[in-house]
Design a protein around this ligand. Structure first.
Ligand code: NAD
Length: 527
């Protein structure tokens, strides 16, 4: 049997041998001996394998192995750990096409989207390799008594960091977040989504080839409610990316254990078309914002607010560009949009559109499956007349469906954009970037892109990224993305005099002396 990319498939039987890449070797790296679950390719519906899942003792044993490896890893000089990330960067670029194939096979995404994800991973590896020394460097802080009190602050790794990952971007959030934890001296215990284990295994495999100790990063496999909960029971910190509903569950589990967590959750992201926006550029940007990765992107736009003045012109241009999106599957750059990842995801998209239609919304374009292209294809869809009674008004659809709303002016656009339980990303289009930044400051979203859909902030690894309101806690990327994986430790060394009455001083005299010292320090302007 030949796959769509023209390669010979080893078999269509349900064993790891069936996958057209190094399947058996990767599968053997899972810390899993329990009952098998089926994995099925979103790209090629005939391609399926069985993979073992992790039992509670598999998860516990994997955690032990990772903790043991962490002792040696944390003791290595930071420069050695940075070197592993730099070598990984090169390996990712060398293996770019293989990783992109895997992303497409697992997720059904279009080629360019897959390549962008791979490049983003390499970019992140270089960023943390280059900046870790500056962010994690040992610092001297002011002591209570100048000269007498020396304060040293350094950062200790948390130990074992758990990652629970979603299926939509199995490299970019998942492995990228892990790189920051790794360079800081941590071990990792990762649970990829059931639908995307292979690409995660391939990336961890490349890290081993780049010099990471073999047992330092363990991968477990299985259903979230079971294996995810076991993982949380083992780790010292959790880095979770997924839906807001699951985020609440895992946050409660972390609270019970008194461990920290970062939560990268869902969104209902607004795109604002201000009355001075360039129509062509904005329409093209709105297509990227709404339909990249078939809308299965945490930062993609699902609500477009258009200034009345541009309503007709923008809608026409946007619909024309949406209808021109090339839909299909191939392992080259022929198509701009691939399929959805699963039947569940397709059902969710269909139910949102059916609900909106039944309650009076108009489908301006799209609104149907495309079984002629593959079982999981759905057309890019634009809705109008969406009201608060419809599920797609406030709930995340997480598919290629966007609604257009007319607004009188900028004030109404900002008010309606902020009228959401979420606050992940926003996109503002205007002929005046200063105006765009002024509007951005009024939006309650963790990232705002002016005259870009999402890539300006997403691709700028030096800038923290994350959500406000129900979109999450904590930040990935930037120094914040690294500092969440360490704990500051402060060492105070006192010399000559104790911080207590001594040398015959009475407590009263000591207290008065301290009071005078505070007044003097303030008048000298010292902190
Ligand atoms: P999900 O919450 O269903 O699953 C995410 C992960 O959590 C999976 O690995 C799953 O197995 C696991 N899980 C499920 N239930 C669990 C439980 N009870 N305990 C522990 N783990 C559990 O999310 P999804 O459908 O895979 O991903 C889509 C969602 O992720 C969307 O809402 C999207 O917006 C969000 N997302 C956010 C970001 C971001 O950076 N903010 C990035 C990507 C995706």
């Amino acid at each position: 049997m030949t796959t769509l990319d023209g390669r010979t498939r080893l078999a269509t039987v349900e064993t790891p041998d069936a996958v057209p890449w190094d399947g058996p070797r990767l599968a053997a790296q899972l810390a899993a001996t329990g009952p098998s679950r089926q994995w099925r390719s979103a790209y090629d519906e005939d391609l399926a394998t069985e993979l073992p899942t992790s039992t509670p003792s598999d998860v516990a044993a994997a955690a032990d192995r990772a903790r043991t490896a962490q002792q040696e890893w944390a003791a290595r000089p930071l420069d050695e750990r940075r070197r592993v990330l730099l070598d990984f960067h090169d390996a990712v670029l060398d293996q770019r096409d293989r990783l992109a194939d895997l992303l497409q096979y697992e997720g059904g995404k279009a080629r360019l989207v897959a390549i962008e994800e791979v490049l983003h991973l390499a970019l992140t590896a270089r960023y943390y390799a280059r900046t870790a020394r500056e962010v994690l460097h040992h610092q001297r802080r002011s002591g209570i008594f100048p000269l007498l009190t020396r304060i040293d602050q350094h950062y200790l790794p948390r130990g074992l960091v758990g990652i629970i990952a979603p299926w939509n971007y199995p490299l970019s959030p998942t492995i990228s977040d892990g790189l920051a934890a790794l360079v800081a001296g941590n071990a990792l215990l990762l649970k990829p989504d059931l639908q995307t284990p292979y690409v995660a295994l391939a990336a961890v495999d490349l890290l081993r080839q780049a010099g990471m100790p073999a047992e330092l990063w363990q991968v477990v496999h299985g259903a979230g409610e079971r294996v995810g909960a076991e993982l949380i029971g083992q780790v010292d910190y959790l880095c979770f990316t997924g839906s807001t509903a699951t985020g609440r569950i895992v946050a409660r589990q972390c609270a019970d254990r008194l461990i920290g967590c970062s939560l990268e959750l869902g969104g209902k992201n607004p795109l604002l078309v201000l009355d001075d926006a360039d129509i062509e550029q904005t329409a093209a940007g709105a297509v990227r914002a709404s339909f990249s990765n078939a809308g299965q992107l945490c930062v993609s736009a699902e609500r477009i607010f258009v200034a009345d003045r541009l309503q007709r012109e923008f809608t026409d241009a946007f619909l024309a560009k949406t209808r021109a999106v090339r839909l299909g599957r191939s392992l080259d750059f022929e198509y701009e949009m691939g399929s959805l990842i699963s039947a569940d995801q397709l059902a969710r998209v269909e139910s949102h559109v059916a609900d909106a239609r039944a309650k009076g919304a108009r489908v301006l374009t799209g609104g149907r499956r495309r079984p002629d292209l593959g079982p999981l294809f759905y057309e890019p869809t634009v809705l109008a007349g969406v009201t608060a009674e419809m599920a797609c008004y406030a709930e995340e659809t997480f598919g290629p469906v966007v609604s257009i709303y007319p607004v009188r002016d900028e004030t109404e656009a900002v008010r309606r954009a902020n009228d959401s339980a979420y606050g992940l990303n926003a996109s503002v289009w205007t002929g005046d970037p200063v105006r765009g930044r002024r509007v951005a400051a009024q939006l309650r979203c963790g990232t705002v892109n002016v005259n870009e859909a999402y890539a300006a902030t997403f691709g700028s690894i030096d800038a923290p990224m994350g959500g406000m309101k129900n979109s999450g806690l904590g930040r990935r990327q930037g120094p914040e993305g690294l500092l969440r994986f360490v704990q500051p430790q402060v060492v105070g060394t006192q010399s000559l005099l104790p911080i207590a009455p001594s040398h015959g001083l009475s407590p009263q005299t000591f207290a008065s002396g301290l009071t005078v010292a505070l007044r003097v320090l303030k008048s000298l302007g010292r902190a």
